[in-house]
Ligand binder design. Sequence first.
Ligand SMILES: Cc1cc2nc3c(=O)[nH]c(=O)nc-3n(C[C@H](O)[C@H](O)[C@H](O)COP(=O)(O)OP(=O)(O)OC[C@H]3O[C@@H](n4cnc5c(N)ncnc54)[C@H](O)[C@@H]3O)c2cc1C
Length: 813
Amino acid sequence: MNDKSIPASARVVIVGGGVMGAGLAYHLAEEGWSDVLLVEKGELTSGSTWHAAGQCPSFIADYNMAKIHDYGVKLYPRLEELTGQYVSWHGCGGIRFAYQPAEVEWFHRVAGVGKLIGFECEIIDPDKIRQLVPYANIDGVLAGAWTITDGHVDPAGVCNAMARGARQMGANIVTHNRVLDIKARPSGEWEVVTEQGTVIAEHVVNAAGCYARQVSQMVGTDIPMINMKHTYLVTDTVPEFLQRDEEMPVIRDPYPSSYYRQEQKSALIGIYEMANSEECWTHRGGWPEWKSENELFDPDFDNLAPFIERVMERIPMWSELGIKRVVCGAIPHTPDSNPFLGPAAGLRNFWHCNGASIGIAAGAGSGKYLAQWMVHGDADINMAGVDPRRFSGFAPGDYTKAKSHEDYEHMYKLHLPGEERPAGRKLRTTPLYDVLEAKGAVFTEVNGWERAKWYSLDGREEEIGFRHNNTFDVVAEECRAVRERVGLMELSTFAKYEVCGPDAGKLLERISANRMPTRVGGVTLTHYLAGNGRINGESTVTRLDEDVYYVLSGATSEERDLSILRLGVEPGEDVSITNITDDWGVLVVAGPKARETLQPLTESDLSNESFRWLSGMEISLAGVTVRALRVNYVGELGWELHCRMDDLPSVYQAVWEAGQEYGIAHFGTYAMNSLRMEKAYKGWTTELTNEITMVEADIQRFFREDKGEFCGRQATLAAQAGGIEQKLVYFEVDKGDNDVVGGEPVLVNDKAVGVTTSGGYGHHTGRSLGFAYVPPQFSQPDSQFDVLLFGQRRVATVLSEPVWDPQNNRLRA
Ligand SMILES: Cc1cc2nc3c(=O)[nH]c(=O)nc-3n(C[C@H](O)[C@H](O)[C@H](O)COP(=O)(O)OP(=O)(O)OC[C@H]3O[C@@H](n4cnc5c(N)ncnc54)[C@H](O)[C@@H]3O)c2cc1C
């Protein structure tokens, strides 16, 4: 029998009443789901939220995370009016300091994001900084990024205000009630066992902050997150502040790796120590005790002192002041800095809303966009970067520890394109790693895998930065090999599944927008759609036998697409789904000499008549059973060769030797990007995302409305009939010493009308290329607009067809 305050059922149970849980409850109610029960084991805010410093920066380089922050920055000043709860919003703005020219360049990029999203970011010179912070010593500072309308807030106030607003809209919030267990019911619902009774819920959300791993484990899963110690201190009153009405902006300063600001008439200094960062509760392996509430830790002043001294160098007038308060609290960190907002891998209606390191700033936006996903089937922003399924099962553990410490220590470090972070590396390697490294491969990491970016033939390292660098000519040569001779690439990072059984085809048809191959040996590119027609995933499917399908997805989609496949199976269906990602390796052999290279290695006929483009079959090659697929992402004659991981070295060696006669060369992902841009091949998570439909992405040739009902069909038909407000265009931009990377504003006159999604330099055609979403009136071939690249306007012209082989003659050769 439940206590009075606990209902027997609720549509959604949220576990955790910090800023993330409260933000979600508020926005679920706002979206119309008010049958929400939020359960908190202590008081609201008694986890990490109460002790946060409350800064809400707009300055975020990631386009989608910036949208999440921006939403909060715009909501918080209005929250009191909306809910009646005081939140103490201080719109004092913020300044981030730059010490290197590259940081200033980066500021221009962030200012471009601001222009897109609608937050004000001005790049200011040292004189202006002195004017805004007259008592600062800014020796060495080259410029500041001044975000004029952000500020700081009372974290408990914001959390309580959103909780209050949620209650006003009908949500139920129960405190001092711990969730003890969560069980799946045969009906698909969840049984949430709390201290005050059991609740049956359609959806459960893990918003448990530092306890998110414990709550995940209640349902048999885990997430890659750790709890770091983070410290700020508050000084005695600053006499100079008593004489000023105007509040100083929040300073974010890489030199002391700190933020500092005015806290009433005192100074507040927060430090991200750049070495020896520590986790909380180390004696318990990082796991908090359930009874922990409002807990603080002893800071390590020896480790913090050098950073505090640097802050005093910057603001000398603070150096004589006493310290009146020190707050060292727990803060969640994840391997890539982003929170977890979305479904848990493999579970239906179990969601994550946790892992936030800047959760006060992100709490409202996280709640808004996750609520959209839960209520409408998808969010209005690209959620790929926050989807909890972006990491595979290997991630919790050493990888997460290493990467998350690094993330904490690098909070104020600029990461330049091409830079490789050392932590958590070489966890997922293939038997070819050493071989390729010996041939000059320079690796990057994706979902734990090591993948070659380019080949440094003379041993030089990449000169990292935002401009074309020493890899430019090398990559051009790699591209030339693919276009003119034959190129070899290892692409074992693909997620790979076998979908087998009498109902395998039925399952795949039901979840796919394209028709599955009707004949054995057929290959199909297909998209998975949400019920609302948005694009949820992309796979290549090969029919290997009557009831055997080989499904390939991108490296970061491993868990996501596995979930789509497994959750798509209906009761009574006879289908098995096996994830063979780690067991199978892949080589790409592409270029006009690909056939001549491979034919001597196999007795199977590789001629065009016997082995057509978009077909696949098992063949024996170099004495190894290989799944050969005549597809590639670079737009040339070629095959992907899939074989058991153990066999990969011998297949590689045979291909490498056979290709010598034709000038075979390795190529990496830099070259692949250049080659796919020349072919106008769209990418999952860049062009194809959960924000858009197939109609907007202009990929309707993969939408087979005539094959019967499937997920997202009706919504896509409606989008076709109803017209669209944005359309994907392929364009060429005036050449310069850098290229489109995505997230840049598309300007018409001075107005941002669209956004770029990805781009790159087409080495073989000598053209700088990109994709962008724009209003349909700018999508006609030869339409022109500007793209703002690092603060410079570059003229872009819409192209009607790929700049390389528009008729696919080379693929069909
Ligand atoms: C010193 C410091 C300064 C910071 N400054 C800033 C800042 O300036 N700006 C910023 O944006 N962020 C800042 N942060 C980070 C911020 O505090 C966190 O990102 C944010 O509070 C996380 O919110 P949350 O809701 O995920 O977690 P929490 O606030 O910890 O909430 C989770 C809640 O879940 C409850 N819970 C857990 N398990 C159960 C269960 N089984 N049953 C019921 N309830 C449960 C807990 O009691 C807790 O109240 C700072 C952090 C620290 C340590």
